[in-house]
Design a protein around this ligand. Structure first.
Ligand SMILES: [Zn+2]
Length: 328
């Protein structure tokens, strides 16, 4: 029997799946679930799915009172208006007041948060960043995102885009990025970027005009090949470590930050690039010898994996209800 009498629900609204959990105030999961988002069926269907999952999670938790719902959403959000500004996963949802729409449907306070920010807070609550007041979480997936925590709080910056490391410039004339710029971290460290680099590396290693193997479609295919010591796949992770190392060293130099958490799908291959990444970061750190940088700069893999977003969204509800974020 449950001894708690209140719970919070964290939802991770992804482009393919909606994941969620009901948690007690200590972070213990009381119920968990996942359903298809069905973006193609339109806004109304997605909202019905979110609402249904929230009700199911609450019912399964067997707790009487629901304190609030945290909603992690990919993309740029307007926190004041509770709206999506722009989300690549939800085309046509620009300016949609998602916070009030969900709140109306479930009749408890709802907060919204960018998915990478939510993941950072989840790791801080019960994951790889416990007890850390200053760190950057970097998500390496379809794109590259980030959640920056300074002084124990998310850093939003002037317009809410704080911590978006994916569009930090790594090279002056690199490949074109989805954001319109060139040479961003995202074109070197996202899953599609690794596949592109693999094709480039393969062509370089073979005759010009040769067709690269088609079995490499995602970063996990490459991880598998690198595990088998395929020289091209191994070179891809080495290259990615180089560019990601520059990005992390830039952030560390700017903020004097010592802790970095790597999450997202590509982090499943963390063991394949961890060592070269540490070496590269140490190479570019300002004001300390590389051996000291190797000791001081801690780069860890996410502990919560795909659950970080929903855990963090729930944690933000708890903080808000305690008056620590001013969101309610
Ligand atoms: Zn970019």
């Amino acid at each position: 029997m449950n001894t708690v009498n209140t719970c919070v629900i964290g939802i991770d609204l992804g482009g393919t799946y909606i994941k969620g959990a009901a948690l007690d105030p200590t972070g213990k999961i009381l119920s968990e679930g996942k359903i298809e988002t069905e973006v193609i069926q339109g806004q109304k269907r997605v909202l019905t799915n979110v609402t249904r999952l929230i009700h199911d999670l609450w019912k399964m938790s067997r707790v009487k009172s629901l304190c609030g719902v945290g909603l992690g959403v990919p993309g740029a959000l307007d926190f004041k208006k509770g709206q999506i500004i722009e989300s690549p996963n939800f085309p046509g949802w620009n300016d949609f007041p998602i916070q009030s729409a969900v709140q109306k449907a479930v009749d408890v306070p709802v907060i919204i948060e960018n998915d990478a920010n939510a993941a950072a807070m989840g790791e801080r609550w019960v994951g790889a960043a416990q007890n850390l007041d200053n760190f950057l979480l970097i998500t390496l997936g379809t794109g590259v995102g980030g959640g920056l925590v300074l002084g124990g709080k998310l850093w939003y910056g002037e317009t809410g885009k704080g911590g978006e490391v994916g569009h930090m410039k790594i090279t002056a004339d690199g490949p074109r990025c989805g954001c319109g710029s060139t040479g961003c971290l995202e074109v070197y460290a996202s899953s599609p970027a690794l596949v592109r680099i693999a094709k480039e590396e393969w062509s370089r290693a073979h005759r010009i005009g040769a067709v690269p193997p088609m079995q490499w479609k995602t970063s996990s295919d490459l991880a598998e090949a690198a595990q088998r010591h395929d020289p091209v796949a191994e070179a891809v992770f080495g290259k990615m470590a180089h560019y990601l190392g520059i990005g992390i060293a830039n952030v560390a130099n700017l903020l004097d930050l010592n802790h970095f958490i790597i999450s997202g799908g590509v982090s499943n291959a963390f063991h394949l690039f961890e060592q070269p990444l540490r070496q590269e970061v140490a190479r570019y750190i300002f004001g300390m010898p590389p051996e000291e940088a190797l000791r001081r700069i801690k780069i860890r893999r996410s502990l919560l994996g795909e659950s970080a977003g929903m855990m963090g969204a729930a944690y933000l509800v708890l903080l808000a209800s305690e008056g620590k974020t001013g969101s309610f």
